[in-house]
Structures are given as C-alpha cells and as structure tokens.
Design a protein around this ligand. Structure first.
Ligand SMILES: NC(=O)C1=CN([C@@H]2O[C@H](COP(=O)(O)OP(=O)(O)OC[C@H]3O[C@@H](n4cnc5c(N)ncnc54)[C@H](OP(=O)(O)O)[C@@H]3O)[C@@H](O)[C@H]2O)C=CC1
Ligand SMILES: O=C(O)C1=N[C@H](C(=O)O)C[C@H](O)C1
Length: 234
C-alpha cells in the first residue's frame, strides 16, 4: 500500500517504521499544510497531526479521492462536516480516538461495566486519563469516547473536565513525563471502589491499528469505525 503521512511527529514516525517493516511504501510525509496534488499517488492518507490541522488535511484527502485514516484528536466538533464531505465525494473515511486493539476491547468492557453499574446508585463514576507532557488536547479523545459510552447508561447530564458538581461525569486529565496513554474508569462508593484500566506501553498499538484500518478501508466506500475494522460487536 502506498501511504501518505499527514503529520510526521511521534505517531507519523512510528507508523512509518511499522509500515516499512510490513512492506508498505511511504510516498509522502508532511509536517505542514499540503496541496492535494502532492500526495495524489497515495492509496491511503494516514493523518496524525494537530487539532488545528486535521480538518484541512482530511478535506484535502477526501477531495483528492484518497481513503483517509484520521487519528488526530481534539477536532470532533467538525466530525459531522467531514462525514458529509466524505458522502458528497463518495469517499472512504475512518476516524478513531484510539486505534489500538486493546483500547477498542476496553471500550466494550467499559460499556459492559457501565450497563452493569447503571442500577447501583451508591457508586459515583469518573474517568481519569494520563498522557505525556506534549499532548495538546485535554481531555484525551479516548477519555471522551469512554465518557460518552458511560453517559448512555447514566443519569449524569454530560461529561466535564474537573467537574465538582455531581450532575456531571468528571474527567481528570494528568500530564506526566513520557506516559504513552493511560485511561482509568472508576466507580467509587463509601464502602469500596471498582476500577478498570488500560495502559499503553508504547505507541506501536496505535500505529498498527491505523495501518490495519488503512488496509481494511481499501476498496470500501463510506464512513466506518474501528469497531467495523476489528469486527467488534456492541
Ligand atoms: N487515535 C489514536 O490512536 C491516537 C491519536 N493520537 C493523536 O494524534 C495526534 C498527533 O499525535 P503525535 O504524533 O503524538 O503528535 P506530535 O506533536 O508528535 O506530531 C504532530 C505532527 O503534526 C505536524 N503538523 C502540524 N501541523 C500540520 C499540518 N498542517 N499538516 C501536517 N502535519 C502537521 C507537527 O509538525 P510540527 O512539529 O512542525 O508542528 C508534528 O510533526 C494528536 O492529536 C494525538 O492526540 C496520538 C496517538 C494515538
Ligand atoms: O496524544 C496522545 O499521545 C494520544 N492521544 C489519543 C487520545 O487523545 O486519546 C490516544 C492515545 O491515548 C494517545
């Protein structure tokens, strides 16, 4: 597969290394605004850049008729706009807050636990995420996905970063040296606590998932999720 990397930082470089090991070719890589024509020969665009750059990059790739895998977080208020553009262009698009297999399994575990805990009102649910010091967005995209899945089974109004009011689902975001990505969902009562945790040991899981998604998307049209790629059912 001929891959264009829009965003060539920590993730772009990890994807390049693993893609080359798997026999793919990197035909283009960029750390700034691109013109559509520059990556026209790519069979997949893999976009891991910044919240400010993602929409422009995705739009250019969809307009160029190239399947897009987007891992960038922090731009989701424009997600529907990108879905509409993909449909208009008869394109192919997958965006995920987290491409690792482990986290996508964890999403299902989270929903299962949320359903189970729905009737046990003595427990207060909260989400905590810990990432490296360079991360630009907070809370993480993964924490937002976890919170939104919990909210389907909760009376909380919505999630909120550093919420003290019990009507909100509290998300805490911590930044520590070199943490690749840790997410903890806790249910606390006066008597005890229950928690589930996912901890990434490297960025390879995210990168492998993005390459897998790019391969899976070849010759498919539409907007898909990582659950489609992995065949995970709710
Ligand atoms: N969905 C998932 O599984 C995962 C998602 N992420 C997300 O991916 C994104 C990138 O993460 P990470 O690689 O760690 O971040 P980095 O900061 O290490 O890399 C981002 C790269 O994007 C470049 N960039 C900035 N503007 C543009 C632009 N207009 N076009 C192309 N590239 C641009 C930056 O260049 P410069 O340094 O010159 O500014 C940099 O090379 C983040 O949003 C992060 O949250 C991260 C891991 C997993
Ligand atoms: O910025 C990161 O590093 C990560 N970002 C994603 C997120 O915001 O959830 C995924 C992963 O946790 C690493």
């Amino acid at each position: 597969m001929k891959i264009a990397l829009l965003g060539y930082g920590k993730m772009g470089k990890t994807i390049e290394k693993l893609a080359l090991e798997k026999g793919h070719t990197i035909v283009y890589k960029s750390t700034s605004n691109s013109e559509e024509g520059e990556f026209q020969e790519a069979e997949a665009v893999i976009e891991f850049s910044s919240p400010e750059a993602a929409v422009d990059n995705i739009s250019k790739a969809l307009n160029a008729g190239i399947p897009v895998i987007c891992g960038t977080t922090g731009w989701l208020e424009k997600y529907d706009e990108m879905v509409n553009l993909c449909e208009k262009r008869n394109g192919s698009f997958i965006s995920a807050s987290n491409f690792s297999v482990g986290v996508n399994l964890f999403f299902n575990i989270n929903e299962y636990v949320a359903k189970l805990m729905e009737t046990w009102k003595d427990y207060t649910v909260s989400v905590e995420e810990i990432h490296h010091l360079q991360k630009k967005d907070a809370p993480s995209g993964t924490a937002i996905t976890l919170a939104e899945d919990i909210l389907k089974h909760s009376e909380k109004e919505r999630w909120k970063l550093d919420a003290s009011d019990k009507k909100f689902l509290n998300i805490t975001a911590k930044r520590e040296e070199d943490v690749k990505g840790t997410h903890i969902v806790s249910y606390d009562s006066a008597i005890d606590s229950i928690s589930i945790k996912h901890e990434a040991h490297s960025r390879e899981g995210f990168a492998l998932g993005a390459i897998l998604a790019a391969q899976w998307l070849q010759n498919k049209k539409g907007v898909f999720t990582m659950k489609d790629v992995l065949g995970i059912k709710n």
